[in-house]
Design a protein around this ligand. Sequence first.
Ligand code: SF4
Ligand code: SF4
Length: 186
Amino acid sequence: MSHSDHHIERNSLAAKVEKEVEVKAQKCYQCGKCSAGCPVAEDMDFPPSMVLRMLQTELPANDEKILKSHSIWLCVTCEMCLSRCPMEIDIPSMMDFLRQKSRSEGKENPKAKNIIAFHKSFLKSIKNTGRLYELGLILDYKRQSLNMTQDMALGPKMLSRGKLHIFPEKIKDRAHIAKIFKKTSK
Ligand code: SF4
Ligand code: SF4
């Protein structure tokens, strides 16, 4: 083996996960505790332990399946898997990275359309005002998901209970937020 063989750069999704969010898929020994505790595993096409197994293979076909999966969009970042994992594998951060990667490569699962619409509206609200502006978020989400009538009756009720603000409150240091978005959208 030549000296340069030791430095071949891995180009797999697992290598990217390792580099970007410092999660080592190879540490997983498939005990299945994460999947057993995950509240949405039943609805996932691949439960979290399976996503890790697929990453471990470092096969382009499996990487593709992960980025096109519904699972990565169903994860609600509850951290149950992380609290159960004997190897302390940070699955929520990994899922977050996989969602961003899936979006940047245009591989979003079509079943995740509404979740992605919510995700976009949420980020837009934070980007514009520095904090979550609930009414703007709901309206923008409805516009993006074309789901205009669902939960219509809830809005006036929430407004009257002071749970929704008609106008957005802005934080003072919006330049800081702009910097974060600039950095993360690279
Ligand atoms: S963080 Fe995601 S993958 Fe982990 S248990 Fe919660 S929903 Fe499941
Ligand atoms: S709990 Fe941790 S070690 Fe066990 S399967 Fe899940 S990620 Fe792998």
